[in-house]
Design a protein around this ligand. Sequence first.
Ligand code: SF4
Length: 278
Amino acid sequence: MKRISAQAVTKAVRDMCISANRYQPEDVKAAIKAGEAGEDSPTAKEVFRQLSENIDLAAGTGLPLCQDTGLAVLFVTLGQEVYVEGNLSEAINEGVRQGYGEGLLRKSACDPFSRKNTGDNTPAVIHYDIVPGEALRIAFMAKGGGAENMSRVMMLAPAEGWEGVKKFVLTRVAESRSNPCPPIIIGIGIGGTFEHSAKLAKLALMRKLDDVNPEPDLAAKEEELLGLVNRLGIGPMGLGGRHTALGLKILTSPCHIASFPLAVNIQCHSSRHEEVEL
Ligand code: SF4
């Protein structure tokens, strides 16, 4: 049995909140650099150049990558042989509280009706998975409002299948236009239930941009749909270009025989996420 203190959890979450809001993951940085070279239009090239400059400025100054430092979303994978000394959820929320406070990050959490800010960016949205083993893995994502607002869940008829998925995703991206600050990353969850598909879609955004789906059929589907999305021509910041999306990732799960749940979680170019293992 491995023992982990609540303080260690809090510190890890605090550090990720600050660091993810300052430093883009290497795969996103590389995709943005490649985007500039891959555009023909001077406007699209200039947008990509400014995005790269913004990444360098944030890393150099310690200022956040974007003024919207997001709602804190955490995926916790808890090994059954781990004993956390203290309340795990409270330790995570304390980490968010400290990270957003000490990192001078904007607090975006508020009551949905009164719009009163909770003051410390808590409560975080925490998803738990229990697995065998002695490891505690925590993945943090700072999810901005602009891109999250463009996301949707749809219960397709089973007969709609892949064609239905493509139609829904393309319509969603086309209707979103510049709102989610493209170039976007698209997380797609297919299967499970209504809420499980949404969780899968968000989890898909944690995958690296340059990974290849281990299931060849899904890898082909990801490539096909990413190509179709980029043919929409919305381009970086909606100003036209070849790159509407930097990546498109699909996760699936078995579903009810009468259902075809489909969730599309849209992520802006400022894809701020990190993982740690304790
Ligand atoms: S969508 Fe992303 S880049 Fe745009 S304002 Fe929100 S967090 Fe910032």
